[in-house]
Ligand binder design. Structure first.
Ligand code: NAI
Length: 300
């Protein structure tokens, strides 16, 4: 197998690496020379319970294959603890793969505070906690690769996943801000929306379809986004079953009433077709690019 792209000397934290996608990511990094922190709390798919076996078994698997790995059995809510494990075992951290996740699917009118807050805590707060604990180290060394995990269910919306969608797009917002803050320090932050069979998809309405999607088909993109040769940031990618594509924002050309002109609800209704006309779209990728349209309106 071609192994041109390697991670020798790099320390990689993979959260939620005791199973599913995270395990595949960890195996891939270790097989290419990385020192891997295998983090996993070992609870169930709804975030209940804990077990050391999840992280430990993947560490054993990696070592049996001749790789280097250490277990971190704590929740991603304890980012400093996970980063401390990396420091104690390997002296630093270079790459953070934020992957840990749970599901508490339920329609919004039945969603409890616990359903809402546990999903925010694991996905959004956990991603924040691990990333923020690693951030000063990455800044000091002027090197870092961070991969966030969002979901198509959040990007496009899905019934019964209001808690998950909010958390997962929160992660995308975090990634976008950190991509800007990390840019000058060579800390690149990219996000994937994967699709793969795992215990999280066993109960999905389209589980039969998902069963065909191998989790190992997601790891090559994660590896590329985390490699020193990859040099772009703020990307969002859909990945699964051997398919990889990038997503971006698209804005209709819109209609400019002009900043100086008074306009009404009736004017908006009258111009609606051109406001939502995507025939000549724009693709702003920064706040400054986004504001150019508003700025044009000021001069009309
Ligand atoms: P999985 O359930 O197989 O793996 C998630 C891992 O995270 C588990 O091993 C679990 O023990 C661990 N985990 C859960 N809470 C944790 C915590 N507080 N601290 C540390 N570890 C914790 O599920 P899968 O599918 O591999 O999910 C990986 C990521 O991909 C998740 O963020 C998920 O939301 C996301 N995702 C997966 C999709 C799919 O099609 N499988 C679709 C879209 C997103």
């Amino acid at each position: 197998m071609d192994q041109t792209l390697r991670y020798d000397g790099r320390v990689v934290i993979v959260t939620g690496a005791g199973g599913g996608l995270g395990r595949q990511h960890a195996l891939m990094f270790a097989s290419r020379g990385a020192k891997v922190v295998v983090n996993d709390l070992g609870g169930d798919a709804k975030g209940c319970g804990a077990s050391a076996a999840a992280a430990d078994s993947v560490v054993e698997e990696i070592r049996a294959l001749g790789g280097e790995a250490v277990a971190s059995r704590t929740s991603v809510e304890d980012g400093p603890g996970i980063v401390q494990t990396a420091i104690e075992a390997f002296g630093t951290v270079d790459v953070v793969i934020n992957n840990a996740g749970i599901l508490r699917d339920v329609s919004f009118h039945k969603m409890t505070d616990e359903d809402w807050s546990l999903v925010q805590r694991v996905h959004l707060n956990g991603t924040r906690s691990v990333t923020q604990a690693a951030w000063p180290i990455l800044r000091d060394k002027c090197y870092g690769r961070i991969v966030m995990t969002t979901s198509a269910a959040a990007i496009y919306g899905n019934f019964g996943q209001a808690n998950y969608a909010a958390a997962k797009l929160g992660i995308l917002g975090l990634a976008n801000a950190l991509a800007e803050e990390g840019r000058s320090k060579n800390i690149l932050v990219n996000t994937i929306a994967p699709a793969a069979a795992s215990r999280l998809t066993e109960t999905a309405s389209f589980a039969d379809f998902m069963n065909n999607l191998r989790p190992e088909a997601v790891s090559p993109l994660v590896g590329w986004l985390a490699h020193e040769r990859y040099n772009d940031t703020k990307g969002l990618f859909e990945v699964g079953a051997g398919y990889i594509a990038q997503l971006r924002w698209e804005r209709s050309q819109g209609h400019c009433f002009g900043a100086a002109r008074q306009f009404t609800v009736d004017d908006v209704a009258e111009r609606w077709e051109s406001i939502v006309d995507f025939s000549s779209p724009e693709h702003p990728s920064t706040l400054a690019e986004s504001l150019t349209a508003i700025s044009r309106a000021l001069s009309v």
